[in-house]
Structures are given as C-alpha cells and as structure tokens.
Ligand binder design. Structure first.
Ligand SMILES: Cc1ncc(C[n+]2csc(CCOP(=O)(O)OP(=O)(O)O)c2C)c(N)n1
Ligand SMILES: [Mg+2]
Length: 371
C-alpha cells in the first residue's frame, strides 16, 4: 500500500468525487419498462415508437442469423451486436438522413438503417470491396477496424459540414476501449475548439475484448472526459432506448444550432463474444455479470413499455421477425450471386489516374482474368 500523503496545501481531496457526481446516468425507462422520468419522455408518435421497436427486433434477428451464417462459413468478419440495440438503433433513430456516420466494426446496424443495403453489409463481412461502397446519398464511412481512428476523422467531417453551411452532424461510434486511445482526445479537442457539429458516442460495454473498463482508465466515467476539452458529456443508460434517443436528439440539436459537439457514454453490454474469430467470453466474464446485464435487456424493457400502452403484441413482433428472416435470406443470396472481386477491381477504384507502373500490372491482370 502506498504511504499516506501528508496534508496537502492544495486540497484536491474532493475534486474527483465532485467531478464524478456531475455525470449521473440518465434514464427514462427502468428494467421493468416503467417510466421513471416522466418529464423527459420524448414526443414520439405511436407509429414512431413502433418503428423503433421494429428496428431493434429486426437487428436482434440479424445478429442471430449473422452468427449462424458465420458458423456455416457463409460470412467472414462479424462482431455481435445483441445487447447493444438501444445504444445503436435508438441513437441512430435520432439522426436525419443528411447526417454522416463514422462507425466502428460493431456498428453495421446503424449503416443498414441509414441506407446501406443488407447484401452490401454481407459483402463487407466477406471482405468484398463493394461492401464499402455505400450508395449515393448514404453518407457513411465503412466500419473502422483500427480502434479510435474514426474519431479525428469525425471532427474533420463535422467541420466540413459546418463550413458548407449544412444543418447536419457527423456522428461516430466507438467503445470503452476506443475512449482510451489518443485519437479520442485529439478528435474531441479539435471538434470542441472549432465548435464542429459532432457527436461522439462511446458504447461502454465494459470490456475491450477481455480487458475490463476499470483497467483501461482511472476515470470514474467516460462521459466526464468531455470536460477536459470543454464540451458537454452525458452518461446514459444504454439499455434504455428512450433515454439514448433523447440524449442524441439533444446533442444533435445543439450541434446544428452551432453549439458544438457532445460526448455520450452509453452503459451497455454485448451478450456474445467480441467477434466470431474465436473469442471465449467465459474466460473473462462471470455468469453472474451476464445475468445481471441480461435483466436490463433493451428489447424486453421497450416491449413492456409498448405493451402497456397497448400498441405492441406478439403477433406484431412475429411479423417483424418473419420479415427480417426473409430479407436476410434474399440478401445473402444476392451477396452469393454478386461477381467475385478481381485484382483489377481494386486497382480501378484506388486512383483517379492510375500510375504507370500499376497500369502495366493492370494490363497483365486484365489478360489473366479474361481467361
Ligand atoms: C489501434 C488498435 N489497437 C488494437 C486493436 C485490437 N482490438 C480490436 S477490438 C479491440 C477492443 C476494443 O474494445 P472497445 O473499444 O471497448 O469496443 P468493443 O469491441 O467492446 O465494442 C482491440 C484492442 C485494434 N483493432 N486497433
Ligand atoms: Mg468495449
């Protein structure tokens, strides 16, 4: 144990407590789906509420199907999303079509709901370049694998939107691990200094692969890291779709009104493994912790809320499940039928004008591929 510091002249004893106190978890629905914060309820029509539930159920099915397609060898890279639906889908639900998304590798669902066709998400998983070519008007980057690399880019995209006079935001997603990277501070600092319309969402699912959040930082919350760069920071119950929706809606409004960026920490959990590439969560997580978080499930909670309002039932949910399964079946077939990528494809999309040495190689490959 460290020796006790003698009475200090500069009294910092309460400093950290006072900081942490200011970042209380924002919640609207408790685990039973009961409203615990009535004045914070967002003004969403029944249709909108049902649409949000539809998207979360659909995304849970997509996750289940993606895991089994991966096990059958029909998908490549896949990072499971179950447990994080409120953080991902309700945050996206607060955006507009013209907003720009810079996702991490676990954030494929937000891209799909922003307009990336499902078959392209499957091609991305298989490492096919066409999976990274979002259609015109779908303003997204492809999922970033390098932890934190999308955060400085987000500050840049946001500043670009501002300079062009667009009423839009750049939103990025990273994890608790991402919040320990240098890029994280750099991106937020720049966006704060330039009042760029950015939203930094940190999905704190408690682990960076096997490293628990307590070992990643001495900060008691991730939200409070915003204060160091002079921007608002919000910690929200990331299993509560309504709370996440409100936090992002308000951040968006501030951003487009010229008030600059916001950091949002969502407290969440991934039920599955880190990715499908051999991670075994039982080696670093206890069954008790899994159970504790499963009780907070975002779908169960929101379903109870909607059922109590009389606008959701099993039949309605089954329709969504069937639709999701059918769409996935069609999309995987479309991905199967899509032309295999060729070496020349990659060369064609890399440069506007191909350098002469590549041009030579290009001719050689073109010849080979024609046989
Ligand atoms: C710069 C960098 N370092 C390390 C890795 C290896 N890596 C891949 S995922 C990951 C953990 C990230 O955890 P977190 O940010 O909490 O996101 P989560 O996977 O929990 O969604 C690490 C260390 C990487 N991809 N990039
Ligand atoms: Mg994490």
């Amino acid at each position: 144990m460290a020796a006790k510091t003698k009475k200090a002249i500069i009294d910092v004893s309460k400093q950290l407590d006072k900081i942490a106190e200011q970042y209380q978890t924002f919640q609207i629905l408790n685990e039973e789906g009961e409203v615990v914060n009535k004045s914070a309820l967002p003004d969403l029509s029944d249709e909108k509420l049902k649409e949000l539930m539809t998207r979360m159920v659909y995304t849970r099915i997509l996750d289940q199907r993606s895991i089994s397609l991966n096990r059958q060898g029909r998908l490549g890279f896949y990072a499971p999303t179950a447990g994080q639906e409120a953080s991902q889908i309700a945050s996206h639900f607060a955006l507009e079509k013209e907003d720009f998304i810079l996702p991490g590798y676990r954030d494929v669902p937000q891209l799909i709901w922003h307009g990336l066709p499902l078959y392209q998400a499957f091609l991305f998983s298989r490492g096919h370049f066409h999976g990274n070519q979002a259609p015109e008007g779908v303003d997204v980057l492809s999922p970033q694998i390098i932890i934190g690399a999308q955060i400085v880019q987000t500050a840049g995209v946001a500043l670009g939107l501002k300079k062009r006079g667009k009423k839009a935001v750049a939103i990025t997603y990273t994890g608790d691990g991402g919040a320990s990277q240098g890029d994280f501070y750099e991106g937020m600092n720049f966006a704060g200094a330039f009042k760029a319309p950015a939203i930094f969402v940190v999905q704190n699912n408690r682990f960076a692969i096997s490293t628990p959040v307590e070992k990643q930082s001495a900060a008691r919350t991730i939200a409070q890291k915003a204060a160091a760069v002079g921007i608002p920071g919000v910690q929200v119950d990331g299993m509560d779709a309504l709370a996440v929706y409100v936090a992002v809606s308000e951040a968006r409004e501030r951003a487009v009104n010229g008030e600059g960026p916001t950091l949002i920490e969502t407290l969440t959990y991934r039920y599955g493994p880190h990715t499908m590439a051999g991670d075994d969560p039982t080696r670093y997580r206890t069954a008790e912790l899994d159970t504790e978080w499963e009780k907070k499930d975002p779908l169960v909670r929101f379903r109870k809320f909607l059922e109590a309002k009389g606008i959701w039932n099993e039949e309605e949910e089954n329709k969504v499940i069937e639709q999701a399964k059918e769409d996935i079946k069609q999309a995987i077939k479309k991905a199967d039928d899509y032309p295999k990528q060729k070496v020349t494809d990659l060369m064609e999309i890399m440069y506007e004008t191909m350098p002469s040495n590549l041009q030579e190689q290009y001719e050689i490959y073109k010849e080979k591929e024609s046989k």
